[in-house]
Design a protein around this ligand. Structure first.
Ligand SMILES: Cc1cc2nc3c(=O)[nH]c(=O)nc-3n(C[C@H](O)[C@H](O)[C@H](O)COP(=O)(O)OP(=O)(O)OC[C@H]3O[C@@H](n4cnc5c(N)ncnc54)[C@H](O)[C@@H]3O)c2cc1C
Length: 378
């Protein structure tokens, strides 16, 4: 197993917290990754995989187990499912934004609005990354993964990953265990070959973020450049010089609430109705069918509400921090909790709890963290 001298996780995570773990392994090939995982699983010790560390909040106490850093890279081009498409199989440790840059360069459309999202390709399906109306679920065909339960490698179609709003069956949400413990080895995306010509943008969310009308035509490169500029203004592109980007991105998820609860929130709070899930097909065996159809399932309607609005309207403004604390809200964006330099995980957790308690007191809901927490309680 390619073990290296452990270094503090504060140097490998964008929120910049965490001591050195007991063991650190770096896997540069899929074979090394598989071998390392099987060895760690056989030993039964605590473990987790680390990509770019941009969606992790690690506690101050050293992690007493093995951290496996995924450093595999490579893009393989495969035929698409029909004319005008192409498939890319990308190794899990490949840098996500480098992949986006490459697809734009080759004239392949489908992930350009997700320019500038930090992290690795293998972590992208874990929380179904997305920005400006584009999500990886829209282009993901399948992943190659290794399951902890069986130790076996298999190819799993995207439809079996439970991809939803910043979630999948692989994501460890706060306070729960993921339904499937597995590590992604590679990801296959299907993209449209459109070249470098100019076209209208289909997505309303992206058009409005970039100030475009439905009739405007732009190239993939134009979209990428303008998405990067827009994200930079909000501190959402990593910048070693800008503490507003020393974060895990959005620290809190937009809340998903019932339609009835959403009506109790002020009208000014941005709300986006989620389309109800299609009714599941119910099969009644002919022998059991008594001629009476069961009533249709009650439709549960849910609404997504803006966590940034809730925070700002709970009295917390951009740049908020406690006196003497080295953790603060970004000065550009209230959803990002930032490390202003040498902040401990305890300082960041203190701020996170305060934000949660202010929003709960004002609006009656508890915001859930988006990053995966390791050795930290909120
Ligand atoms: C400035 C900034 C802006 C951001 N903007 C966005 C945004 O616009 N949209 C968005 O969706 N996210 C955003 N994020 C969050 C983050 O970039 C994504 O979640 C990204 O996919 C995390 O990748 P990573 O490699 O850094 O994962 P890590 O932080 O290393 O890991 C995150 C989780 O995934 C697991 N994991 C990592 N690799 C694998 C693998 N190969 N197989 C299985 N599990 C794995 C880890 O164990 C951990 O539980 C932002 C973060 C920052 C810091």
């Amino acid at each position: 197993m390619p073990e290296v001298a452990p270094i503090p996780l504060s140097r490998l995570t964008t929120l910049r917290t965490g001591a050195a773990p007991a063991r650190l392994v770096e896997a540069a090939s899929a074979a090394e990754l598989v071998a390392a995982l099987r060895e760690v699983w056989a030993g039964g010790e605590p473990w987790f995989v680390l990509g770019g560390g941009s969606n992790l909040f690690v506690g101050d106490e050293p992690f007493d187990g093995t951290v496996i850093r995924v450093r595999t890279t490579g893009i393989e081009e495969l035929p698409g499912s029909h004319d005008g498409t192409v498939r890319l199989r990308v190794q899990a440790g490949h840098d996500w934004d480098a992949l986006v840059a490459e697809t734009v360069e080759r004239g392949y459309a489908g992930i350009e609005a997700m320019s500038g999202i930090p992290g690795t390709v293998g972590a992208a399906p874990v929380q179904n990354i997305g920005a400006y109306g584009q999500e990886i679920v829209q282009t993901l065909v399948e992943v190659e993964l290794i399951d902890e339960a069986s130790g076996e490698v298999s190819v799993v179609p995207a439809s079996e990953l439970g991809l939803g709003f910043r979630t999948s069956v692989l994501k460890q949400h706060y306070g729960s265990t993921p339904p499937r413990t597995a590590v992604i080895l590679s990801v296959t995306l299907e993209l449209a070959r459109i070249g470098d010509g100019e076209r209208p943008i289909a997505g309303e969310q992206l058009r409005s973020a970039l100030g475009l009308d439905a009739a405007d035509t732009v190239s993939l490169r134009w979209i990428r450049d303008h998405v990067l500029a827009t994200r930079s203004r909000k501190g959402m592109v990593l910048d070693a010089e800008d503490p507003d980007t020393w974060s895990a991105g959005s620290f809190f998820q937009n809340a998903i609430v019932s339609e009835a609860f959403a009506r109790t929130l002020p009208a000014a709070c941005p709300k986006w109705p989620l389309s109800p899930e299609l009714d599941p097909v119910r099969v009644i065996p002919l022998a059991a069918f008594d001629g009476i159809l069961p009533p249709p399932p009650v439709e549960r309607r849910e609404v997504k509400v803006s966590a940034a609005w809730l925070i700002e309207n709970a009295g917390l403004s951009r740049g908020f921090r406690f006196p003497r604390s080295r953790a603060g809200l970004s000065t550009k964006h209230t959803l990002a909790l930032t490390n202003r330099g040498e902040a401990t995980a305890a300082e960041i957790a203190e701020l996170a709890r305060f934000v949660q308690s202010r929003v709960a007191a004002e609006f009656g809901l508890v915001l859930q963290p988006e990053p995966v927490l390791v050795g930290v309680e909120l």
